[in-house]
Design a binder for this molecule. Structure first.
Ligand code: ADE
Ligand code: ZN
Length: 329
């Protein structure tokens, strides 16, 4: 994205962003050095060269492996602080940020270290960067529900002010929403907001099940909804937000090329679509870069008004209260 891109100043909310996916190669190497973690990459260019993915799982393998460099509270603070600075420069005014507690707990980093570290950066983000923030705790769908429930219970002291919701991520194939009905029931009971990745690599039925069985309020990705016309009608009628991540979809081969991305068809169907960056350090761009790439692809034929609508949708689809939301619209 050129520095003068109009998309850098277009106010937007980011609703689908994994904080661990903002770990840039330079910071990963610096943290590895500081924490005495050996990585099989000598420099940032070597690491970047490994960012060629066949599918979601080949990305997740590297994404989880690189997390080994995140060990202390201040590592998480530095990670989040770097994201916030970049987000502000990309026109982000509000960010609902995912993190993966199980991926840290399973390698011996406790939950409080992660949340305290992230909070140290997020708590002053509005003053320092002009970005309001929320945290959404994601659960790994390729792990058991029992493991998720144990982490959920341990996280209760953080619910409310620090953590406002839960999500579901990681390998979608073979791990349908039905596996996590009790987790989402407890989240509802605890008054938490609910989202889930569905219809990224997995079938449209995962979107239907996330709505019916987990009662999610927003669907992450959801691009495969177009395979089920009745589902599309329902998503449009209920205006259920979909957090679409175009550059991610290209890098993870959910679509062959950006020119073939279903976003215009989703808009034509009346869906409440938003544009997001997912794991920007790995997928070649932050959120304004995603807007820029969409605008620059002639086959998508997105006019400036549609791009402004996509940015407005991001506030509409956020978990901000009505008053805060209307301040952005
Ligand atoms: N975790 C981080 N990025 C993800 C993605 N795109 N899909 C599923 N899980 C993820
Ligand atoms: Zn994601």
């Amino acid at each position: 994205m050129p520095p003068t891109s109009p998309f850098a100043t277009l106010p937007k909310a980011e609703l689908h962003l994994h904080i661990e996916g903002t770990l840039e190669p330079e910071l990963a190497l610096e943290l590895a050095h500081r924490n005495g973690v050996e990585l099989p990459f000598a420099n940032a260019d070597q690491l970047r060269a490994a960012y060629r993915f066949e599918n979601l799982q080949s990305f997740l393998d590297l994404y989880y492996a690189l997390m080994a460099v995140l060990r202390t509270e201040s590592d998480f603070t530095e990670l989040a602080e770097a994201y916030l600075a970049r987000a502000a420069a990309q026109g982000v005014r509000h960010a609902e940020i995912f993190f993966d507690p199980q991926a840290h707990i399973h390698r011996g980093v406790d939950l409080d270290t992660v949340v305290r570290g992230l909070r140290a950066a997020l708590s002053g983000a509005r003053e320092r960067h002009g970005v309001s923030t929320r945290l959404i705790m994601c659960f790994l769908r390729d792990q058991s529900e029992q493991d998720a429930l144990a982490v959920f219970e341990a996280a209760r002291p953080w619910f409310g002010e620090a953590v406002i919701g839960i999500g579901l991520d990681s390998g979608e194939i073979g791990h349908p929403p039905a596996k996590f009905t009790e987790l989402f029931r407890r989240a509802r009971e605890a008054g938490l907001r609910r989202v889930a990745h569905a219809g990224e690599e997995g079938p449209a039925s995962n979107i239907t099940d996330a709505l019916d069985l987990l009662q999610v309020e927003r669907v992450d990705h959801g691009v495969r909804c177009l395979e089920d016309p009745r589902l599309v009608e329902r998503l449009a009628a209920e205006q259920i937000p979909l957090t679409v991540c175009p550059l991610s979809n290209v890098r993870l081969r959910v679509v062959d090329t950006l020119a073939q991305h279903p976003l215009p068809r989703m808009l034509d169907a009346g869906l409440l679509v938003t544009v997001n960056s997912d794991d920007p350090a790995y997928f070649g761009g932050y959120v304004a870069d995603n807007f820029h790439a969409l605008a620059a692809e002639p086959a998508l034929d997105l006019d400036p008004e549609t791009l402004r609508l996509l940015a407005a949708n991001s506030f509409k689809a956020s978990f901000l209260d009505e008053e805060a939301r209307s301040g952005y619209l």
